[in-house]
Design a protein around this ligand. Sequence first.
Ligand code: DX5
Ligand code: ZN
Length: 218
Amino acid sequence: MKHLIAPSVLAADFSNLKKDFDMVNQSNADWFHVDVMDGRFVPNISFGMDIVKTMKGIAEKPLDVHLMIVEPDKYLEDFRNAGADVLTVHYEACTHLHRTLGYIKELGAKAGVAVNPHTPVELLDDVLEMADMVCIMSVNPGFGGQKFIYQTLSKIRRLKERITERNLNTLIEIDGGVGLQNAEEILKAGADVLVAGSSVFKSEDPIDTIDRLKNIGR
Ligand code: DX5
Ligand code: ZN
């Protein structure tokens, strides 16, 4: 499968969201990556379901909603109704992850689970079958524009090995500090989805940057 590109709209211009969404609509990107932060799971607050609903109205590609919130179960239905196509919860925020992933699937969305940089991917062994996607955080979540943590590469390799061994279709997404300078080694390690915020929206020619990220060979 050709890898997917998911520009993170956290780095978009919120005074003119329509313009940035149109750019992504016209580009070679595959998904919109949408970061929801609650000021509790992460030390920052972004936006909630009303804004996600607004985004859904102007997006012509699936919304990949990354919930950096505590007690995500309470809000899954709301975010699904707001238009989330992929719903990703954090391993560290779920006491009953197995149940939560099942619930996301019942809601008809793709189920993702994200792990913070300190969380070993091996902890997902017993829910891998249920996860459509694992999001490996390559920065500590909360802010865009941070430096990629290189230890992530070994996590990608380890997870890829397990997914292949067990013949699963689980996608591996990498989120944080991804750009043209490191995308190739991330893909070589086994990533399927690249999230890119600042490297896309702060570049001189975002459409061209997306195109170059998309066209990297493995
Ligand atoms: C971090 C978010 C990321 C972020 C990526 O908490 O989950 O999705 O927006 O931004 P960049 O690509 O700028 O690191
Ligand atoms: Zn994210």
